[in-house]
Design a protein around this ligand. Sequence first.
Ligand SMILES: Cc1cc2nc3c(=O)[nH]c(=O)nc-3n(C[C@H](O)[C@H](O)[C@H](O)COP(=O)(O)O)c2cc1C
Length: 380
Amino acid sequence: MKKLCTFFTGILLTFTTNTIMAQEKTTKILVLIYSDNGGTYELAKEVAKGIESDQHVTAVVKQAKVSVNPKLKDIPVATVEELPTYDGIAFGSPVYFGNISTGMSEFLSKTTDLWTNHALEGMPATVFMSAGSGAGKELALQSFWNSLAVHGMVLVSNGIRGYENIDKNIPQGNSVLGTTSLASLKNTARPSESERYLAALQGKNFAKVASALKGTFSKTVTAKETKQLSINDVLNEKNIVLPTLPKSVGNYELFSRSGNLVFINQVSLKDGKILNAGKLGIDVNEEQVQEATKQTMLNIIAILKDAVGGDLNKVKKCVQLVGTFNTTADYTKHADLMNVASNLTVEIFGEKGKHTRNTGGAYSLPVGSSVSISAIFEVE
Ligand SMILES: Cc1cc2nc3c(=O)[nH]c(=O)nc-3n(C[C@H](O)[C@H](O)[C@H](O)COP(=O)(O)O)c2cc1C
């Protein structure tokens, strides 16, 4: 019996060790882009495909800032602080006047803390760009390299990799420093097949280098990063699960962003139905309205998460909450109901969750909801 136990324990240990080793082997690469018209994103998808052609490597495509282009609006936005957590970064940008684009430049200019902490030193980087005619494309690639060299990143070039296989009857964006696409030359779809091929090849080679260098540099996590992880930690620790996004049922958006302010209005929708619908004192009691208030606020925070590209650490402040409750005319304890929303917001965002507030009663609310909340947040 003892021998049998030892045998099974051995198998279990081998299995666990193998699983851990397999997990440790996974290399994670960030494909970080800025794009105006989507050309850079098209190249990024090919780079990511090339990276993931190695089954032990994953590619995460993120953008440097929120885009107004509908084609790009669902791509999550990267934080500066998350950069050191990867095993390599492939940077993509449009060419602007023989340089990197303003959007990418803005993002890089926020990385001085990482620089002074040597946080990206020794991490491999590669670059690709979408150009118009291609005028100054090598200057632009070179300028990208300049910034990354200052960080001490290991710059992975293309050389003439893949040159034999590209279509030489039309101009192509091949370059030894990184793949580009010549987007304004419209005699063929851009990125051209050859440019896509080169981008994928670049990704594949980059994955090989990143896997080889994995673990050879310290993934320094800055104090800011530790702080920024805390909202996810709070959600996990407090077992707060954000609902799936409700759908808009009319000619309006779930959120509207103006400058750094995000505006959101919600009722107590849960799984497509209104939770605890009706008038307080007639159809529902205070406890039920408080439950509906919590659901409404969770809906708002789920939408807010979408508005900040999936990263709630980008919320700088809850500016204001306005809660309206479906009550009888003589009801006065609206504040007790609204406290549920206020407390939840402070519980999640800490000091940043403190807000001004207004509450009120209404004769009726849309779709019979017992509560509706309007929220304004300031975000990065
Ligand atoms: C301000 C500005 C400057 C540009 N300068 C250049 C340039 O020097 N060389 C070039 O080939 N294209 C230039 N372009 C064109 C863009 O690089 C090209 O449209 C690119 O494909 C845009 O990438 P995207 O689709 O990812 O936004 C410039 C565009 C803008 C808006």
